[in-house]
Ligand binder design. Structure first.
Ligand SMILES: Cc1cc2nc3c(=O)[nH]c(=O)nc-3n(C[C@H](O)[C@H](O)[C@H](O)COP(=O)(O)OP(=O)(O)OC[C@H]3O[C@@H](n4cnc5c(N)ncnc54)[C@H](O)[C@@H]3O)c2cc1C
Length: 547
């Protein structure tokens, strides 16, 4: 007999639904996770887990497990542009392996100004790790093979009608809140009457329009893949645009191609396609083929209200350039989950849940515009038929294109500012100070503890990262001796707001944070900073809890 009551129902067991379940469990909230597939993703969609998502996984103690999946830790994450795999190399963006990036992140002048640099791991492996983790958490009731049909907002809560697909029976579950993490075709969003706005299925030569993903196995050998090991190989000729990605650093690959005519997708010979990309016959075994559509830059007009909220692809649909779709969704989930928990636990105020959309929708719009810019830059240019010619004219074409591609590669793949610089400047739950915002630079991350920003990363003398000391509620970081901090704790305790102190006198911390005291929220974003506890202590606590 299934439970008929829980605190939060999550529809969708993709990466976003899975992280929300973990976050709610961490906050002590019971939830039901419903997914209409029996198993996690089999299609290797996302391959780029960015450093912000990895930092969230670190909080859950699973970052190293994820890092040991996907590309092996010593495998380079280069992005290489070629005419064909056995043809001319046009450009190469050299990128470190996962273990090298971890090493680089230990140095203060690294581009990885974070506790967890990015990792290249396919969604098929990531989801499995998250799934195993949710199964271990006793507050999460996991139901894969169950389909959500509809919800009703009644009696100050919400009831969902769910179908057990194997038994073909229906049952109802009541909860305080329901989250639609049910992907791009979200039934929850449609029942809310919320539409996407923006551009859908813009046509491009690559990454725009009907696309095919072919997941295959092929022994890696010099006959077809002599090139130095890379994570991505872009094949660019006048008759073919494709992206080959290494899934396991060994013999599993995924090939993404633009399908000129989606009605003829079933007639495509995948093996022939792989051989055309290689420029020689390749012995391959097709594991899975799937059609999908690129060219979307869509955002829901609202992220929900009252008892029902949206997160992940149900709230925004990206073209995967820049690897921002899932990662933006994971960050949505983290923002939403602690707020729901706060309201359920009784200390979250009436404005707290509304701040979710105010915080996250502008980030969705921001990241969509970067992803679209990258898609235009890689998908729209024409290629001369001379590109494969062994001639001076061919070399001129290759040099010209190579120049564009190396510039493009740096812009698409070296984006610490986009990843770490996402911030909630206009959030209704932060206490802003008078400092000026730093520029929102996509290609370099400018560390700042201005309220709304992700709390700057610093390694401490014992080798831990400062974020390892953040609690599940708010954390007051104290870098010097400051009087009367008890007043803040008193005000927080009075309102039931969970708060912990991290007292750390290491030399450089104040310079990173720009104040003796900083208050960090449950999602790792700064909500207040100052050199002394403000006189309006109760007002500060009310602000950050959405009163
Ligand atoms: C080729 C490709 C490459 C990509 N690469 C990247 C990348 O490198 N980095 C990145 O960040 N993103 C990438 N993305 C995007 C990424 O895959 C998505 O953003 C991500 O899967 C969204 O996660 P989600 O949990 O919101 O939705 P989904 O992954 O779509 O999960 C939704 C889940 O809900 C279930 N569901 C739907 N309806 C119901 C229902 N009625 N009842 C119960 N369950 C339901 C579905 O079966 C599914 O399991 C890529 C996408 C593609 C296509």
């Amino acid at each position: 007999m299934y439970c008929t009551e829980t605190e939060v129902i999550i529809i969708g067991g993709g990466p976003v639904g899975l992280i929300i379940a973990l976050e709610l469990d961490r906050q002590g909230i019971n939830c039901l996770l419903v997914n209409n597939q029996l198993q996690t993703a089999v299609h290797p969609k996302a391959n780029a887990i960015n450093s912000r998502s990895m930092e969230h996984f670190r909080r859950h103690g699973i970052a190293s497990k994820i890092r040991s999946s996907g590309l092996p830790s010593d495998y380079p994450t280069d992005v290489t542009y070629v005419t064909r795999l056995t043809g001319y190399e046009l450009a190469r963006l050299s990128m470190p392996s996962s273990s090298e990036a971890v090493k680089q992140a230990k140095h203060s002048n690294s581009i990885y100004d974070c506790s967890e640099p990015p990792h290249r791991c396919s969604q098929i492996y990531l989801e499995k790790i998250l799934y195993d983790e949710v199964l271990n958490r006793k507050r999460i009731d996991v139901r894969f093979g169950h389909e959500f049909e509809e919800f009703n907002e009644i009696n100050g809560g919400v009831t969902a009608k769910i179908r057990d697909l194997s038994a073909n029976t229906k049952y109802n579950v009541s909860a305080k809140y329901l989250i639609g993490a049910d992907g791009g075709r979200s039934k929850v969003r449609r029942q809310l009457g919320i539409e996407y706005e923006g551009e859908g299925g813009v046509l491009r030569r690559m990454m725009g329009g009907a696309m095919q993903a072919t997941f295959f196995y092929a022994e890696r050998n010099d006959q077809w893949l002599k090139l130095k090991e890379s994570w991505q190989y872009w094949i660019i000729t006048s008759d073919l645009r494709a992206l080959l990605m290494s899934v396991d650093g060994r013999n599993k690959f995924v090939l993404l191609t633009r399908i000129p005519d989606s009605n003829k997708a079933n007639t495509i010979d995948d093996k022939d396609l792989i051989s055309r990309a290689a420029g020689v016959p390749v012995k391959s075994k097709i594991l899975l083929r799937q059609q999908w559509t690129a060219g979307h830059a869509l955002i829901a007009t609202s992220y929900g209200s009252n008892k029902v909220w949206l997160a992940g692809d149900s709230a925004h649909l990206f073209t995967p350039t820049g690897g921002l779709g899932m990662n933006t969704g994971i960050d949505d989930g983290v923002n939403l989950a602690w707020k729901l928990a706060a309201v359920i636990n009784g200390w979250g105020g009436p404005n707290l849940l509304q701040s979710y959309e105010k915080d996250r929708r502008p980030i969705g719009i921001r990241n969509l515009s970067f992803a679209t810019e990258f898609a235009e830059s890689i998908g729209s240019f024409g290629v001369s038929s001379k590109i494969e010619e062994d001639s001076e004219a061919g070399k001129v074409e290759r040099d010209k294109l190579g120049y564009h591609l190396i510039n493009h590669g740096q812009r698409e793949f070296l984006i610490p500012g986009i990843v770490l610089g996402a911030r909630y400047d206009n959030s209704s739950i932060i206490w802003q100070d008078k400092s000026l915002p730093v520029p929102d630079e996509p290609y370099s991350y400018i560390s700042t503890a201005r309220p709304g920003s992700r709390a700057p990363h610093v390694w401490l003398k014992d080798g831990s990262a400062i974020c390892d000391h953040f609690g599940t509620g708010f954390t007051l970081l104290k870098f010097n001796s400051v009087k009367s901090i008890d007043r803040l704790f008193f005000a927080a305790n009075k309102s039931g707001v969970p708060i912990k102190l991290f007292d750390c006198n290491e030399n450089n911390l104040k310079s990173h944070y720009g104040a003796d005291l900083t208050l960090v929220g449950p999602d790792g974003h700064v909500v207040w900073r100052g050199n002394k506890i403000p006189n309006e202590c109760n007002s500060l606590i009310d602000r950050i809890r959405g009163v």
